[in-house]
Design a protein around this ligand. Structure first.
Ligand SMILES: NC(=O)c1ccc[n+]([C@@H]2O[C@H](COP(=O)([O-])OP(=O)(O)OC[C@H]3O[C@@H](n4cnc5c(N)ncnc54)[C@H](OP(=O)(O)O)[C@@H]3O)[C@@H](O)[C@H]2O)c1
Length: 340
């Protein structure tokens, strides 16, 4: 890396950020963690979270994004806050890495796109799993032709959140629900490997008694020409973090796609010739994501998770909800109403 380090500020002193993203920023060459901000009255929490990495606290989010000593902002606030704070940070001249979902509606992605263009700044949705070498290996295996042409993707992501835990994922007013928490990963995988949006989706939502948000979902996606995806995701049961690529000549299975915490990746290939299991050395996909984002900032190149990817994710999320509201009827993604 050449040039000065990219100076990061983080909005929200969450335990997830303190244990995953902050160490990843601090450990990635050419990146430093400079500042952490919490909501007003929580500066002590922000200071505690930033101290191990040499970062100092700011009294609120607005002070952090106005700070000339910050080049890039990482946003992991509740889902309903992603668009507004991303736009505000871009308008303040910062580059932004924003947690998934970038937006709950495609219109939010459009606002972000406009702000990024006007400010000439980089913005990317944090789909960290795409940077893990096991995903790269699965893509190589598919491209090698060993399993033939891709026909079906099966994906499942689940973990249980107890009722009454105060978790933002169970709060409707904060953009909670399984779809935009774990579902966005399970439905990204088929789109990533087919390299396109589905033509239509079908989904059934279930809410655990007492919860306002959907807690478990099953569904399918149609990619045309006989190609499809089957998925399920849940914040009610689990754990599960798995996907499978079914080709005309075999199958690639990734055993643990999203919940990596320092263990080796395991990729299994099944063909008529037999079964082969490959291990992929442990890697920190959060660090790899920070490095890829910083590279896009420095070179001015398109971020590897593109704004088109984020628009598609928001559109598919809306289509899943529309299908669930229609008792699982297929909903063409092109028909989802997008204000704008
Ligand atoms: N990529 C991944 O692996 C991954 C993993 C977990 C979460 N995420 C994403 O990160 C985001 C945050 O998730 P989390 O698990 O970190 O959530 P969390 O632990 O509840 O933290 C959310 C943070 O947002 C701030 N906040 C602002 N307004 C809030 C409000 N009304 N209620 C609660 N908190 C509020 C708080 O920080 P202050 O009080 O310090 O301001 C809080 O610590 C979500 O978008 C989620 O999808 C991604």
């Amino acid at each position: 890396m050449t040039g000065p380090a990219l100076r990061w500020g983080v909005l929200g002193a969450t335990s997830y950020i303190a244990t995953h993203l902050m160490p990843a920023i601090a450990a990635t060459p050419g990146n430093v963690l400079s500042a952490v901000a919490s909501r007003p009255g929580r500066s002590a929490e922000a200071a505690d979270a930033g101290r191990p990495f040499g970062a100092t606290a700011r009294p609120d989010y607005a002070s952090l994004i106005a700070d000339p000593g910050v080049d890039a902002v990482y946003i992991a606030l509740p889902n309903t806050d992603h668009v507004d704070w991303t736009v505000r940070a871009l308008e303040a001249g910062k580059h932004v890495l924003v947690e998934k979902p970038m937006a709950l509606e495609e219109e939010g992605c459009a606002r972000i796109e406009d702000a990024a263009r006007a400010a000439s700044r980089t913005v990317m949705e944090a789909f960290m799993y795409r940077f893990h070498p096991q995903q790269v290996r699965a893509a190589e295996l598919l491209a090698s032709g060993e399993i033939g042409e891709l026909r079906v993707v099966r994906a499942a992501f689940a973990f249980a959140i107890p009722s009454g835990s105060g978790n933002i994922r169970l709060e409707q007013k904060l953009g909670g629900g399984a779809t935009f928490d774990v579902g966005c990963y399970a439905v990204d995988v088929p789109q990533f490997f087919f390299g396109q949006a589905p033509r239509q989706v079908s989904a059934r939502f279930h809410s655990r008694p007492g919860e306002a948000v959907e807690t478990s979902v099953t569904g399918t996606m149609d990619f045309g020409e006989g190609r499809g995806a089957v998925f399920d995701y849940s914040i009610d049961y689990g754990p599960r973090a798995w996907y499978e690529l079914q080709g005309t000549r075999g199958t690639v299975t990734v055993r643990n796609a999203w919940a990596m915490s320092g263990e080796e990746g395991v990729v299994t290939v099944l063909t008529a010739e037999g079964t082969r299991t490959e291990t992929v050395p442990a890697a920190d996909h959060y660090q790899l994501q920070v490095a890829a984002f910083a590279r896009a900032v420095r070179t001015g190149s398109t971020a590897p998770v593109t704004l088109a990817d984020s628009r598609r994710a928001a559109r598919v999320g809306a289509a899943l909800a529309a299908s669930a509201a229609a008792q699982g009827a297929p909903v063409p993604t092109a028909d989802v109403t997008v204000p704008r």
